[in-house]
Ligand binder design. Structure first.
Ligand code: SF4
Length: 97
């Protein structure tokens, strides 16, 4: 009975809008452009997102993190942002949309 209660709590937790990835919006970097895509503080500066969507992601040279420089404005750009989100090795790109 105790185990089932815990399982239900887990499912409630996982239904709060985080299912697009493991990014934590409470750790969203302040430098991200306003909008649904963002990078949180677990970026390891691997360059994948900047290579995948160079018009959307930039490196913040002061912090060493990537940020969303501009939100996607077209379906192609949205697809690039999603590709970066899925490919990010630390799952630190989020989508609040
Ligand atoms: S893919 Fe993820 S870890 Fe790599 S630079 Fe981009 S945000 Fe950082």
């Amino acid at each position: 009975m105790e185990l089932n209660d815990n399982t239900n709590e887990f499912h409630e937790e996982s239904n709060r809008g985080y299912d697009a990835g493991m990014a934590n919006k409470t750790e969203r970097l302040a430098e991200n452009a306003p909008g649904r895509y963002y990078v949180d503080g677990s970026c390891i500066d691997c360059d994948l997102c900047r290579s995948t969507a160079p018009a959307l992601f930039k490196r913040n040279d002061e912090t060493g993190y990537s940020i969303v420089y501009r939100q996607p404005a077209t379906p192609d750009e949205t697809a690039q942002a999603e590709e970066a989100l899925v490919g990010c090795p630390t799952e630190c790109i989020g989508n609040d949309g």
